[in-house]
Design a protein around this ligand. Sequence first.
Ligand SMILES: C[S@@+](CC[C@H](N)C(=O)[O-])C[C@H]1O[C@@H](n2cnc3c(N)ncnc32)[C@H](O)[C@@H]1O
Length: 279
Amino acid sequence: MTTDERNALNTVIATGDVQARPPLTDNEQIKVAVQEHYSKVAERGAEADCCGPDASGDSCCGTAANGLYDLDEVAAIPAEAAAASAGCGNPTAISDLKPGETVVDLGSGGGIDCFLAAKMVGETGKVIGIDMTIKMVELARENAEKLQAHNVEFRLAPIEAIPIRDAQVDVVISNCVLALVPNKPRVFAEAFRVLKPGGRIFISDMVTHGELPADVIADAAQWVSCVGGAGDRDQYLQQIEDAGFETPETISEVALSSGEGTDWAGSVYSLSLKATKPE
Ligand SMILES: C[S@@+](CC[C@H](N)C(=O)[O-])C[C@H]1O[C@@H](n2cnc3c(N)ncnc32)[C@H](O)[C@@H]1O
């Protein structure tokens, strides 16, 4: 989530004023709404001007990257990647990546986590970002070019069908993406398939404690903000186990807001977790 989106969401939460939009009725509509929204986020990223009028805050790019990253980390990547950053955690900070490892980022956006991972795995490692939004993939490729990051590539694809052969990957990361996907078990199964035995998955994502109201789930604005499609935490963890992973380990869980103003917002959390594919 960008800072603007988080502020907008907090306003919605505080006031209960969910913008009226046509309700979502099927998964195809969700996909189109997500692609349209993240195309706009990518355009904002492409226009980023580090230290310019959009980079408010104490330090260059710090605000653009939501404060989820060390400023040193952010300073080392293109401003456009920081500006398009839309995560709710920092999976590279918890993923303990090692030189030479192969990493896949599901829903890579402008590439921020891929570029951080690329530094950690080094020249002998490789990072593959997967995203279904053309403008995001274009932006990420431009950013890779600027960084001369030769160990990173971006593939345009849905994460429900990862274009990688079985058991090729050491680590899967994903930052605030599964909440945008109606069929989460399908993505967990795909992550399991591409991982080598003993491979790890690190996810930061939005989850709920209990079910959201039907009108929130049907609201496109809530979906594209990673809230409408956020899965129930217990079900989410069970789905990861059902895909074949060992019991997931919760690394952190932070409430999005106090929930004042609505009867549901206090049940929305940002969750970071780790799970391992058995040897
Ligand atoms: C909230 S943004 C997060 C981007 C990035 N992980 C970050 O932290 O900045 C979600 C991204 O996931 C992508 N996405 C959503 N659903 C997807 C799907 N089913 N397949 C592939 N990409 C998807 C969107 O296009 C968007 O770029």
